[in-house]
Design a protein around this ligand. Structure first.
Ligand code: B12
Ligand code: SF4
Length: 502
């Protein structure tokens, strides 16, 4: 029968491949209903050849891809296009954050048939059923497509599903395509790190965030018991000894985190996740100590900026302030959990002088944080807007002249690839001098405080980097830090969370 499904994870990393949770969960949604194969672009030398070999059997009709912005597009776009040209009867279905946010450009491409708008757990099997049985699909929630008149149709959004009732992740089936051990990599957290996703969405509405347009301040998580069950399976059967929680916001519920921590107390596993300062600052000391005892070693936070006005603009509904960012860094020091603070520099302002002044003041703020808690890991992003239409920030960037590509293929031009990686934000209000200042400060900061999570750097190398960069760091002379760049090139394959992730 020619109704089999290929689920493809385009290449997203050059090393430290994670379990492709997106296609794994999509696979779970059709397990037992449709036959499917998994193709991981991270592990295939020639993934298109692999896809083609399946299509050549004549048994496959559906090509599902998961797509996030950035390098995944450089396989997703040409592969989808080529597959449609060579096998015109296949149905191309894209899911993930890119098609959900950039849906206009995606479904207008003549070779893409459908985009999934957020969770695909019900949508995907329902769509396949409809297509197989020639039934209407207009009433299937979370779907985006272009109809015959050329109108873009977005069907209604479905309520978030009870995450405990989703089909179990088909780890053992994935293992028949790619050995699971290959996905449990060495990180700062452990020798065999499991990537796990325990919740969907986020209850907040930060105006720059790609999660907001899709989830609209909704969040649902699996219970502590079910997370623990999956983690234990991966520990016992595949030797996992650490966990990276890939949730947008793992720490929404103190009760869930405390319950999970209690279960993890004697498991000797280290774990990490992403949270919000204002949420976790409400946790009791007791919970924080319990988390640390249970293996929570580091938490990633969007600190964003040291300017309260900007924080207000960004964190709608949030209560984070510059004072709190500082006092929380001190609190984390007391409970011995490393705060990983990310900052977004280069936001628009009325005049270039104001943009520059804000960059300077954020740099000062970061240095203050480092004084309060030198273990704080700092990650600097250059502001890249996402089109959260209707948001205040979106209106401002549009007024300032920002425009997204109009054609899907334009996303794989080098300038947009760099934009995706937040390397070159293409934002009209940032001058080269501003971009240089941000990048140079980052180089000096990383040399003066080499990240603890880089497992390759020796004590001696850290010492040398620190002393060579000390004068620059202290005096604020960040320009042309070539000597540091040379050292970093030789000694560091820098952990670049902005590209590699965590
Ligand atoms: C893991 C991860 C990575 C890994 C990739 C791992 C891998 N697979 O090899 C790494 C670390 C490499 C990475 C890198 C980047 N990432 Co990333 N990443 C994630 C993360 C944390 C988890 C993704 C995941 O596995 N989710 C679990 C699955 C189950 O959820 P899901 O993907 O949403 O899938 C559901 C639906 O979307 C839908 N669906 C998804 N795919 C498909 C496919 C089909 C066919 C169907 C039917 C449905 C469907 O159904 C699924 C089940 O309901 C997400 C945030 C998040 N919490 O999701 C960010 C995220 C996707 N990444 C993001 C970004 C920006 C990047 C980067 C571009 C830059 C950066 N700063 O991180 C880089 C570069 C990417 C690259 N190199 O191509 C953003 C995207 C934002 C946006 N503007 O769209 C996110 C949302 C993080 C964020 N909040 O900013 N990333
Ligand atoms: S808290 Fe994080 S995930 Fe939630 S809306 Fe803000 S930036 Fe996005």
């Amino acid at each position: 029968m020619s109704n089999k499904v290929i689920l493809f994870n385009p290449r997203s990393a050059n090393s430290k491949y994670r379990i492709p949770n997106s296609i794994l969960q999509v696979g779970a949604s059709i397990q037992g209903k449709f036959e499917y194969v998994l193709v991981d672009g991270n592990l295939e030398k020639d993934p298109y050849q692999k896809i083609k070999s399946y299509l050549d059997t004549g048994e496959f009709k559906y090509l599902g891809m998961t797509v996030m912005p950035g390098p995944q597009l450089s396989q997703a776009i040409p592969f989808a296009k080529k597959a449609k040209e060579e096998y015109p009867n296949i149905v191309n279905i894209w899911g993930g954050y890119f098609p959900a946010n950039q849906y206009k450009v995606v479904v207008s491409a003549p070779y893409i048939d459908f985009a999934i708008n957020g969770p695909g757990d019900n949508t995907f099997p329902a769509l396949l059923m409809a297509l197989e049985n020639d039934l209407p699909y207009e009433f299937i929630p979370n779907l985006i497509y272009q109809n015959q008149d050329g109108d873009i149709i977005k069907t209604q959004k479905e309520s978030l599903l009870d995450q405990d009732r989703l089909a179990p992740l088909p780890y053992d089936y994935l293992n028949t395509f790619y050995p699971i051990e290959g996905y449990l990599g060495k990180t700062y957290l452990g020798q065999k790190t499991l990537a796990y996703h325990s919740s969907v969405g986020c209850p907040f509405k930060c105006s720059f965030c790609a999660v907001v347009p899709i989830y609209n301040a909704r969040w649902r998580g699996k219970s502590a018991e079910n997370i623990y069950k999956d983690v234990m399976k991966m520990k016992k059967e595949y030797g996992a000894d650490a966990i990276e929680f890939h949730d947008n916001n793992f720490f929404v519920s103190e009760k869930r985190v405390a319950a999970f921590s209690k279960m993890m107390l004697n498991e000797n596993m280290i774990w990490w996740g992403e949270g919000r300062i204002d949420t976790i600052d409400k946790y009791s000391d007791e919970t924080l100590h319990l988390m640390r005892k249970a293996g929570c070693k580091m938490i990633f936070y969007g600190a964003e900026s040291g300017n309260d006005d900007i924080l207000k603009q960004m964190d709608k509904g949030g209560k984070q302030t510059a004072e709190q960012i500082k006092s929380f860094a001190a609190r984390m020091k007391k409970v011995d959990i490393i705060p990983e603070y990310s900052f977004v520099l280069g936001l628009p302002a009325e005049t270039p002088q104001k943009v520059m002044a804000q960059i300077d003041s954020d740099i000062q703020f970061i240095k203050e944080i480092k004084k309060i808690n030198p273990n704080t890991e700092i990650i600097i992003y250059m502001y890249s807007p996402v089109p959260t239409e209707g948001s205040e920030l979106f209106e401002r960037i549009t007024e300032a002249g920002f425009q997204f590509p109009e054609k899907l293929e334009d996303w794989i031009t080098p300038q947009w690839q760099n934009f995706d990686l937040r390397k070159n934000p293409l934002t009209p209000w940032l001058t080269p001098a501003m971009v240089d200042k941000i990048k140079n400060f980052e180089t000096v900061l990383n040399a003066y405080y080499p990240t603890v999570s880089d497992t390759k750097l020796s004590k001696f190398q850290r010492k040398v980097m620190r002393s060579v960069s000390a004068a620059r760091y202290k005096t604020g002379l960040y320009k042309y830090p070539y000597e540091l760049k040379v050292l970093q090139r030789f000694w560091l394959k820098y952990r670049q969370p902005e590209i590699e992730g965590f």
